[in-house]
Design a protein around this ligand. Structure first.
Ligand code: Q6P
Ligand code: ZN
Length: 779
């Protein structure tokens, strides 16, 4: 119910725009409990042990690993923004949560050992050394991790980071392994379960090595979901375990709660890592809905690491962190096991490791994530790994259950070759060491009803613009939609919308929110206005029900009006079944985020409508929060003015809260998407993956699942036909052609003049963006 009334100067106050059933309940920010601040736990004492004899296997595990990261945090001014917490020694009882009494007793004898004894003791285990002070340090490393868990669980801080040494994820019930003495993260998960009665803990292990120790600790435990990606190369890479492969899904009651994503090639980059998050980790993690997230944060998975040989940039870790921060109400503990210090790599100003650590800390502190490079598409080998782990888990997770994916025969074979040339040396990818520009001091601009500011969104900037004129609007949109602007109520709300946008574009605020009566028109105007103001690329996302989708169709062409510099993408995702949240999550992770990252917008306009947002269904508001937070993460110092229908004013509180950086509420375990939603998502996926590589979650076969269908999309100028033996596609828009025969595939990208061919035993890949070419000889 909306009434508009003009006052003397022609402005319509929002109080008059929004009336009726709207109550202040909708403007309450604290719809869930919130903690703030980030902890940093570190103690120099943990640098006080080192390798005392010649042991090449362990020579890279040096004390500098730790202090280098700490120094970097200090010099970037991040230390002072954190809550500093003291370390403590873990108790024996705590150690026993993940280790045997015999093992503890053995380790306890090491402080009094002489050099030969230490050496002999170390040799019972693999790739680990002992020192008189390591038992003490191992207790501090574990104690620091538990301090972090305590401060996050008690709400003293929202999240935090523990910088510890020795690391933990390889250590086992009765064995030290791979530089690790006690399994810090595994004990922390047991501890959190026991002390805080948690029933769902997520462990994300983004270290380049498989944390087999964590896997063993929770294999049959459904209350701890363990995700690890790792360099694997068909078991050729350490620790060379069969159980590190994708088919190790857990045991007994814990079946489905162990997720391994083995990388069978080196050189995995930002696109590969993000694709793993979009298509495996995030859907499963949100379905699981942890109460606490622990990251086993090794940075040997970043570019420049001599062990990992991967190519993801430090900036990528800000995004990975950000994407996990909407889980568990923001309760996130990053347990850092720093890898090699820069002295070993020729000392650039700020090396890959330090930058990765700082990027992670910045994300925890709530800074906007930096732009990412190289997001065209995951490589063939990564897609195969992703497809295989999805297939292995499809019977355990609703979000994967509609897939019916076959396990794909890897196109990479055992032999690793030709990898070297495709890796960057680390130096080039670690270009910009200078601190990113500071985020705007004020975070969110909100144009909402006057008179309701008493609510808890006081940290936002209230914005009210003068009503837009028809001429102003005509500069933003054309055609039929202009007609709807004759309504003065619409012009008034547009004035407010433009005012919010201007604040964002002048970088006075990071994001904003406006309530509008006509969603599609407002979104089109917002995009047009931004583009007119020299925003390069605008992403417009409609998330809503059928009604929103249909009404937004008519303004489709308005989004295509831009010049070559100004591109906007319109992503309409109608959901058939408005009752299930699974569908929304599916859309968000497998469609919206991949397209958003691939597009790299300068501005995101999220249009939220439908789904009964106006009703008293708090879960719906929460979903809205969630979608905004996640989108917020992917854009530079970004901005998502979300427009929404005035009938949904009650969602303003939760959404505003999200924009202000509050953590999303815990939604609880999520249902599988409905059949209808899943079908719709799949249909959209087929369409979108033609242009957006990150949408791809499986190899070529999946496009045949649709049983030899034929479609043509006139609008996008694309054509596709499937024949029994292969497929041909041409994409006018992307200037790309692809044909696949049984024995291989050839692609050429007109734009970049590149060529690829896949033979049975090898593959070639090239990325337009980077203009690079890689080739792998036949194995
Ligand atoms: C690597 C051991 C053995 C080579 C055998 C954060 C630390 C780590 C430890 C790796 C141990 N290499 N030929 O945890 O995972 O990075
Ligand atoms: Zn590692």
């Amino acid at each position: 119910m909306v009434i508009s009334k003009t006052n003397e100067n022609g402005a319509v106050s929002f109080e008059q725009l929004l009336i009726g059933e709207d109550t202040d309940a909708g403007l309450t920010r604290n719809c869930f409990e919130m903690a703030s601040g980030s902890a940093l736990i570190y103690d120099e004492e943990m640098t006080q042990y080192k390798l005392l004899w010649d042991y090449p296997e362990c020579s890279i595990e040096v004390p500098e690993r730790l202090c280098v990261s700490h120094t970097a945090l200090k010099s970037q001014g991040l230390l002072e923004r954190c809550v500093s917490l003291p370390v403590r020694e873990a108790t024996e009882e705590e150690i026993l949560l993940a280790h045997s009494a015999e093992y503890l007793a053995a380790v306890k004898t090491t402080p009094s050992m002489n050099l030969e004894e230490l050496q002999a003791f170390s040799l019972q285990y693999e790739a680990v050394y002992f020192h008189q002070n390591i038992y003490h340090c191992a207790k501090l490393a574990l104690g620091a991790t538990l301090q972090l868990v305590d401060s996050v669980m008690t709400g003293k801080v929202r999240n935090g980071m523990a910088l510890v040494r020795p690391p933990g994820h390889h250590s086992q019930h009765s064995a030290a392994n791979g530089f690790c003495v006690f399994n810090n993260v595994a004990v922390a998960a047991h501890y959190a379960k026991r002390n805080y009665n948690l029933t769902r803990v997520l462990i994300v292990d983004w270290d380049v090595h498989h944390g087999q120790g964590i896997q063993y600790s929770f294999e049959d435990d459904p209350s701890v979901l363990y995700f690890s990606w790792h360099r694997y190369e068909h078991q050729q890479f350490w620790p060379n375990l069969h159980e590190s492969d994708y088919n190790a899904v857990g045991k007994g009651k814990g079946t489905g709660f162990n997720i391994n994503l083995p990388w069978n090639k080196v050189g995995m980059d930002n696109a590969d890592y993000l694709a793993a998050f979009f298509h495996v980790l995030l859907p499963v993690a949100y379905e699981f809905s942890p109460e606490l997230v622990l990251i086993s944060a090794g940075f040997d998975s970043a570019v420049g690491d001599p062990e990992g040989h991967m190519s993801a940039t430090p900036q990528c870790f800000a995004h990975l962190t950000h994407l996990l921060m909407s889980l568990a109400g923001g309760k996130l503990c990053a347990c850092l096991n720093p890898s090699l210090p820069p002295v070993f790599r020729g000392g650039y100003n700020l090396d890959s490791l330090s930058q990765s650590v700082c990027q992670t800390m910045r994300a925890l502190l709530g800074d906007p994530a930096p732009p990412l490079s190289g997001l065209a598409a995951p490589c063939v080998s990564a897609v195969e790994s992703i497809q295989n782990v999805r297939a292995a888990h499809q019977q355990y997770w609703g979000c994967l259950s509609q897939d019916l994916l076959p396990v794909s025969e890897p196109s990479t074979k055992r032999l690793r070759e030709g990898g070297e040339e495709e890796e960057s040396n680390g130096q080039s990818a670690v270009e910009s060491a200078q601190a990113p520009p500071a985020a705007p001091p004020m975070r969110t601009a909100i144009a909402t009803p006057a008179g309701q500011e008493r609510s808890s969104l006081e940290q936002s900037l209230r914005v009210e613009g003068s009503p837009a004129t028809l001429e102003q609007a005509a500069r933003c949109i054309r055609g039929a939609a202009l007609k709807s602007l004759e309504d003065e109520k619409v012009l008034c709300s547009l004035g407010n919308l433009f005012a919010v946008l201007d604040k964002i574009m002048k970088k006075e605020v990071r994001n904003g929110l406006a309530v509008v009566p006509d969603l599609p028109t407002a979104a089109a105007c917002a995009a047009g206005h931004a583009i007119n103001s020299e925003t390069d690329r605008v992403l417009v996302v409609f998330l809503g029900d059928e009604e929103v989708y249909c009404t937004s169709q008519h303004c489709n062409q308005q989004f295509l009006q831009g010049s070559s510099l100004c591109v906007s993408v319109l992503l309409c995702v109608p959901l058939q079944e408005s009752e299930t949240r699974g569908g929304l999550l599916q859309v968000l992770f497998t469609l919206v985020l991949p397209v958003a990252y691939g597009f790299g917008p300068g501005l995101v306009v999220t249009a939220l409508g439908g789904w009964g947002l106006s009703g008293a269904h708090q879960p719906d508001w929460q979903r809205a929060c969630l979608s905004l937070i996640t989108l917020n993460a992917c854009i530079d110092s970004k901005t998502s003015p979300s427009t929404q229908q005035d009938s949904e004013a009650q969602a303003v509180g939760p959404i505003g809260s999200s924009l202000l950086g509050d953590p999303a509420p815990v939604l609880g375990p999520q249902p599988a998407p409905s059949r209808e939603d899943a079908r719709e998502v799949e249909r959209q996926r087929q369409r979108l993956q033609q242009h957006w590589g990150l949408v791809q979650a499986a190899g070529e076969e999946r496009s045949h699942a649709a049983a030899g269908e034929e479609r043509s999309h006139a609008a996008a100028g694309e054509e596709r036909s499937h024949a029994a033996a292969g497929e041909e596609r041409s994409h006018a828009a992307a200037g790309e052609e692809r044909s696949q025969a049984a024995a291989g595939e050839e692609r050429s990208h007109a734009a970049a003049g590149e060529e690829r061919s896949h033979a049975a035993a090898g593959e070639e890949r090239s990325r337009a963006a980077a203009g690079e070419e890689r080739s792998h000889a036949a194995a």
